[in-house]
Design a protein around this ligand. Structure first.
Ligand SMILES: *Cc1c(COP(=O)(O)O)cnc(C)c1O
Length: 413
């Protein structure tokens, strides 16, 4: 009998048990073993040759990590998922695993700061990256060269919340056979599945809302199954033993994990898997808190500008409504120019000045002075980042307490 597809949260909660768990444990145990034993030496050889499922060495795979990979794969409706030590390791594995000197990548210019820095590292190694305004598919199209192989975008840009022209870019990549990679971290798979806009590979920094508790780093790369890897020119022969749909991830896993060693620790995988169970519940709360806070700030006389896709004056407000379940948990704003943003931060009592996002706690940071400091003012200006911009990663506090805190801090400044 065909089983009815379960809801998002039900699916995650019961994913582990589908494969049977040791001793009837309801959580996949933390397997702190680097190496694995086999029934006999022939089995050892069969596992190493990929003829039999099993684990070889902790750097290339681990049962606790594999259980988390299954969960993320379920959330993204993927054909396969590989987990990494961090979100940046997952993005780095794209380059180690897929790109070669001479290749060209088109990326959104509104980008997580460290990904921006990674593009510069790529350029030093012969992979050129064009940064374009990805809110407009025409700009992506205009940047295409004969060497273009990949288009990389984020869903909602951090910190200014621009939204990429996700659906049209997906159609363009489909037409031209370009690999379409979407970093889904600023939304998450409950708010949005990039597979719906024909993304081929999806990045999630598990560190953020999927883990949710700010107590473990992790990243994931999901293959949606929509790309034909027979079209990719750089797959080595040894990753072509299994059907073509497995080729991309097989090579990414081997390069990113085995060769570069960015393996996720089993303890961290356990923390992230427990956090993921409440992703939908927490996200409903962070998004409603974010909308309430955005409205409060927008109506306040001391605030010059608020950037949040849930506000009617956001340039892609309507687009956000068609793509995402809610408008996300991140907003940014500017105080009136004569006000001191540091004095405001010091007046807050609940919201914590800190760099993370997707935590249960509300975190706030002056971006130009911290996470975007290294890139310099000119580059910041090109990304629409004012020197006084404050980014708020909204948590699950009770709404009234959060609004009270911002109201009293605004009063003091
Ligand atoms: C945080 C973040 C990453 C990197 O994740 P880490 O786990 O911190 O390495 C990548 N992309 C986006 C959009 C992020 O917010």
């Amino acid at each position: 009998m065909e089983q009815k597809k379960k809801g998002f949260t039900t699916g995650i909660l019961h994913a582990d048990r589908q494969k049977g768990i040791e001793h009837g444990s309801l959580h996949k145990p933390v397997h702190n073993s680097v190496a694995f034993g086999y029934a006999n030496a022939r089995e050892l050889a069969a596992v190493f040759q990929g003829r039999q499922p099993g684990y070889r060495y902790g750097r290339q795979g681990n049962p606790t990590v594999a259980a988390l990979e299954d969960k993320v794969n379920l959330m993204e409706d993927g054909a396969g998922t590989v987990c990494f030590a961090t979100g940046m390791a997952a993005i780095g594995a794209l380059f180690q695993g897929l790109l070669r000197a001479g290749d060209h990548v088109i990326s959104s210019q509104f980008l997580f700061g460290n990904t921006n820095s990674l593009w510069q590292t790529c350029a030093q190694q012969g992979v050129t990256v064009s940064m374009v305004d990805a809110t407009d598919v025409a700009q992506v199209k205009a940047a295409i060269t004969p060497a273009t192989r990949m288009v990389f975008v984020e869903t909602i840009a951090n910190p200014r919340t621009q939204i990429a022209d996700l659906e049209r870019i997906g159609a363009l990549c489909d037409d031209l056979g370009l690999l379409y990679v979407v970093d889904n971290t600023m939304t998450n798979p409950w708010l949005f599945q990039p597979k719906a806009v024909r993304a081929h590979l999806v990045i999630n920094a598990l560190t953020k809302s999927i883990g949710g508790h700010g107590n473990a780093l992790g990243g994931a790369l999901t293959d949606t199954g929509l790309y034909d890897w027979q079209r990719w020119p750089h797959i080595a022969e040894n990753y072509k033993r299994n059907p073509p749909k497995t080729w991309g991830l097989a090579q990414i896993r081997a390069k990113g994990l085995r060769d570069f060693g960015a393996a996720l620790a089993p303890e961290a995988a356990h923390h992230l898997a427990v956090g993921a169970e409440t992703l939908a519940l927490r996200t409903a709360r962070t998004c409603s808190n974010a909308l309430a806070l955005a409205r409060l700030l927008q109506s306040h006389a001391k605030v010059a500008a608020v950037y949040y896709p849930g506000l009617e004056n956001h340039p892609q407000h309507a687009l956000a409504g068609t793509l995402f379940r809610h408008s996300g948990a991140l907003l940014s704003f500017e105080l009136l120019p004569e006000l001191d943003c540091f004095a405001f931060l010091d007046a807050l009592q609940l919201a914590i000045p800190s760099s993370n996002l997707g935590d249960n706690r509300t975190l706030i940071i002056p971006v130009a002075h911290t996470i975007f400091y290294e890139m310099g003012q000119e580059r910041r200006a090109s990304m629409g980042i004012a020197e006084s911009l404050l980014r708020v990663a909204v948590g699950i506090e009770d709404e009234a307490d959060l609004l009270d805190d911002f109201t009293q801090a605004l009063q003091q400044v």
